[in-house]
Design a protein around this ligand. Structure first.
Ligand code: MRU
Length: 346
């Protein structure tokens, strides 16, 4: 199920009969530590605390969390397990608000719960594995579709971590970068991605492990990098794409899109269909997660003790008008808008 290769050797999530094995991303790159989640509550805590993070990976973890819930609840009460599992589903749904893949995966699992009338664990596990495998297949396909746009891109800038750590495997934006690098050498630049430093701690680690050379930059160096002419594309993932193409992604994405447009650098969003929220017409309706301000201060360790408040929104919304292409496994939308999105996806 979780086939790896030398260009894609990392896995964030692995299922075993003993539970869901999660690579603890809070400890990377200093330590490689796995945590075994044995209950849905463990999985919800793991998502909330960002041991696993990245929109598709959150959805996959939640799907396995439902398997764990069913296993526990069915053993406790084989005649009336559904209401207890629904309680666990709701707990999983509260773990993080912005990545729509979480709610999408829980809905898929709910559909299985509705139709089973015997032992639920086997069919739920089959569905969770399908969600996991489909994500890897989608990423590989998006990798090829996205790389088709990059024939003349000597330099690419990416933001946050969108690789195997953030997905079932291979990655979204980082998947396109993997595929492009297989076609020929590129200069890959990764932002640090403050305050949680997904770029510095995860992306650079992951690329290094897979022997893809990359250069780390401070977030504040991005506009200067574009001005220098060393990148032709910015490629990012997404946590939720509204029906008109507005895209919520890691804080700082919007600033990169504004700078890219100013410098004539093209801007690509790569995300599976599970990231598109057709019920949300436009980006301003997307809930933006605000995390504990201590996370911001603790990560930076620079603010004086006298700082009494800090604002820590962890996503922002890039308007569709600043996006050149959205790559999905079902095809590519150029100049996204309600009309172009509808035309491709119907
Ligand atoms: O807060 P995180 O680390 O979960 O945020 C992750 C991102 O914003 C990613 O860019 C996004 O989920 C796409 S991952 C394939």
């Amino acid at each position: 199920m979780t086939n790896t290769s030398y260009i894609d050797s990392v896995r964030a999530l692995q299922w075993s009969d003993d539970g869901l094995l999660v690579l603890d991303q809070r400890q990377l790159p200093a330590r490689i530590v796995h945590e075994n989640c044995r209950t849905a509550a463990d999985v919800a805590d793991t998502i909330a605390s960002m041991r696993v993070r990245g929109a598709p990976a959150i959805g996959i973890a939640a799907a396995y969390g439902v398997v764990l819930a069913a296993r526990e609840r069915f053993t406790q009460n084989p005649l009336d397990w559904r209401s207890a599992v629904e309680h666990d589903l709701q707990r999983l749904a509260r773990s993080r608000p912005t990545a729509v893949n979480l709610f999408w995966a829980l809905e898929r699992m709910r559909a299985v719960i509705r139709r089973v009338n015997t032992e639920p664990v086997a069919p739920l596990l089959a569905e969770a594995i399908a969600i996991h495998e489909e994500d890897i297949a989608a990423n590989r396909h998006m990798g090829e579709l996205g790389a088709d746009y990059l024939a003349n891109a000597a330099g690419i800038l990416t933001h946050c971590n969108t690789g195997s750590l953030a997905t079932g495997g291979y990655g979204t934006a980082l998947g396109v970068i993997r595929s492009a690098c297989q076609r020929g050498p590129r200069n890959i630049f990764a932002t640090e991605t403050r305050p949680w430093s997904q770029g510095a701690r995860l992306t650079v680690w992951e690329l290094n492990k897979d022997r893809i050379p990359a250069t780390l930059i401070a977030d504040s160096a991005a506009a200067f990098l574009m001005q220098s002419g060393r990148v032709q594309w910015v490629i990012v993932g997404a946590d939720r794409i509204a029906a008109n193409g507005d895209t919520a992604n890691k804080i700082g994405t919007y600033a990169l899109a504004v700078a890219a447009r100013h410098h004539g650098v093209r801007f690509m969003v790569v995300a599976p269909m599970s990231t598109i929220d057709w019920d949300t017409a436009q980006g301003e309706k997307i809930e933006i997660e605000e995390r504990d301000s201590r996370e911001l201060l603790a990560e930076n360790l620079l603010a004086p003790d006298s700082v009494i408040s800090a604002w820590n929104p962890v996503f922002d919304v890039t308007p569709a008008t600043l996006i050149d292409v959205i790559v999905t496994e079902r095809g590519v939308v150029e100049q996204p808008s309600s009309q172009t999105m509808q035309r491709l996806f119907g």
